[in-house]
Design a binder for this molecule. Structure first.
Ligand code: NDP
Length: 506
């Protein structure tokens, strides 16, 4: 494989490759964090081959043993939560409290996947058919084999683990390619898993830039779980299409919050601020747009601005907003703010100078045309647009006027469920934000340009397993049909049964 020769160490936050070694750096200071040999295409293929042997071993373990190993893994993470969080903060730049929170929620997901895999995937009897009562059916879900997981940097533990933990719980081995911005975080938890499962390389890691991810797509994996941008998701699908490798694609979003006239405005302002600005706004399910009913718009905006003014930005351990991880993202955020202002919008907090160096200050934009990049494209920074609407129908129409469809949020005392149902998105929180992500039993994923397939919950376990259907003859056939021995009499009898069972219009 051709190794990328990019050397961007002069830009804080940029990872670089020096003589075949990936060097990760802190996004605020540019200080080196870790070095990892870049995997060649041959290395990736070998990892998948080792993974295939490991997968056979892992899948043959009794399910109680896999459950026990995964529960021991989550206990290890719980004991070392601060150690992992420190690596996340050093390499990704996020405030330590955000890192701790991310690991906490991930631990809960690993436990859920471990405890529910047998119930969701194990062999069970399914109902028979009155037309052919001599057959009984069983359904079970079998692991694919080796799952390739490609992850982003913004939630470097929670996001890949949404695929990895569920894939492992379903009985697969995993080869993981972390983002070039967070390789040390990925290496940390892969090493930790090997302490619990030392016998076989059930969870492996390969390092490098996008070309290593592309090599993973072509390395003979049985399924690929990708989380990242929509643009890269399309490339990943194209690479996987060459070998008809199935894919799970979790991409970006442009999530909206809708605020009804009867909403708790204090709570809505608190949730909008956190949803928009946590992790410096670098959240796939971040709130990037707000549509507030005209009756509560002014009050909401005043509360939002007052709360946002108190946020602290910087690298101090207690800061609310850390640096922007990817150097290129700062330019996108600045372009969106500039476009909003140039097209008639106003900044009620922050403005053209919000993006400085590695940091972006909280920015609240109003009166922004719906055609502006700040409203249409994923910004991925601590910015938010707030628009006034005359009705909830208008809010729903505007919220749905995006090619994305990841998640959303609704604040309303009486109409929350109705509005939530009408949002074209895979997930929604009522009177909260991000809540769907912390309930392990709820599937996580989007529609449209936000991707397809689901991680988390029972659907997330089934995503990493194939349905295996088995029909067994229990008795001789009274009405032989699926044989050349059927007769005009047996077919006529079959027709009578079908008419009896299905012939009535109700
Ligand atoms: P990217 O799409 O840039 O990268 C995602 C991963 O794909 C990285 O590991 C990257 O490697 C790798 N990659 C890049 N090019 C290729 C390629 N040609 N073939 C295979 N793999 C490749 O996304 P970001 O890392 O910037 O993540 C941010 C995006 O992720 C946002 O759009 C965000 O909304 C989305 N996201 C979606 C989530 C969801 O669950 N729906 C959750 C979290 C984030 P490298 O970094 O080395 O280039």
């Amino acid at each position: 494989m051709t190794q990328l020769s990019s050397n961007r160490a002069d830009v804080p936050g940029a990872s670089s490759i020096e003589a075949g070694v990936l060097v990760s750096t802190n996004p605020a200071t540019g200080a080196e964090v870790a070095r990892f040999p870049v995997s060649s295409a041959a290395d990736v293929t070998s990892a998948v081959a080792r993974g295939r042997v490991a997968a056979a071993w892992w899948a043959r373990l009794p399910w109680q043993e896999r459950r026990s190993r995964l529960l021991r893994f989550r206990s290890l993470l719980a004991r070392r939560i601060h150690e992992l969080a420190a690596v996340m903060t050093e390499e990704g730049g996020k405030p330590s409290m955000d890192s701790v929170l991310e690991v906490m929620v991930t631990i809960d997901h690993i436990a859920w996947a471990a405890k529910h895999s047998h119930k969701v995937l194990g062999s069970r009897r399914v109902s028979g058919s009155l037309l052919q009562p001599e057959y009984s059916g069983r359904l079970e879900y079998q692991p694919y084999g080796v799952i390739g997981v490609i992850g982003p940097w913004n939630y470097p533990v929670f996001t890949p683990m949404g695929s990895i933990a569920y894939a492992l719980a379903a009985g697969n081995a995993v080869v993981f390619k972390p983002s070039e911005y967070t390789p040390a975080v990925g290496q940390w938890f892969v090493n930790a898993f090997a302490e619990i499962v030392p016998e076989q390389p059930v969870l492996q890691i390969v390092h490098g830039m996008g070309d290593v991810g592309a090599a993973l797509c072509r390395a003979g994996i049985d399924k690929l779980a990708f989380t990242g941008s929509t643009a890269t998701g399309k490339k990943v699908m194209a690479a996987c299409a060459e070998s008809l490798t199935p894919v799970l694609v979790e991409c970006g979003g442009k999530d909206a919050m809708i605020i009804d006239a009867d909403a708790d405005i204090e709570a809505a302002a608190d949730a909008a601020l956190w949803g928009a600005m946590t992790n410096a706004g670098q959240s796939c399910v971040g709130i990037e747009r707000v549509y507030a009913h005209a009756k509560v718009y002014d009050l909401f905006l005043a509360k939002l601005v007052a709360k946002a003014e108190k946020l602290t930005v910087g690298t101090d351990p207690g800061s609310d907003i850390g640096p922007i991880t990817m150097p290129g993202q700062r330019d996108i955020i600045k372009r969106h703010i500039d476009d909003a202002l140039a097209s008639g919008g106003r900044a009620v907090l922050g403005g053209p100078d919000s993006a400085r160096g590695s940091f972006v200050k909280p920015t609240i934009l109003v009166d922004v045309p719906e055609t502006s990049a700040a409203v249409c494209e994923e910004t991925f920074g601590p910015t938010i647009t707030v628009a006034k609407v005359a009705s909830m129908d208008e809010a729903i129409t505007l919220a749905n006027a995006t090619a994305y469809g990841l998640a959303g949020s609704v604040f309303s005392k009486r109409n929350g469920a109705r509005i939530a149902r009408e949002l074209r998105s895979g997930m929604v929180s009522i009177n909260s934000t991000f809540a769907f992500a912390v309930l392990p039993s709820l599937p996580f994923g989007g529609v449209g340009q936000s991707g397809f397939g689901r991680i988390h919950g029972a659907d997330g376990l089934r995503e990493f397993a194939r349905a295996k259907s088995t029909a067994k003859r229990r008795l001789p056939s009274l009405v032989p049909l699926i044989t050349f021995d059927h007769t005009p009499r047996s077919v006529a009898l079959g027709v009578r049964i079908v008419k009896l069972l299905h012939g009535r219009s109700r």
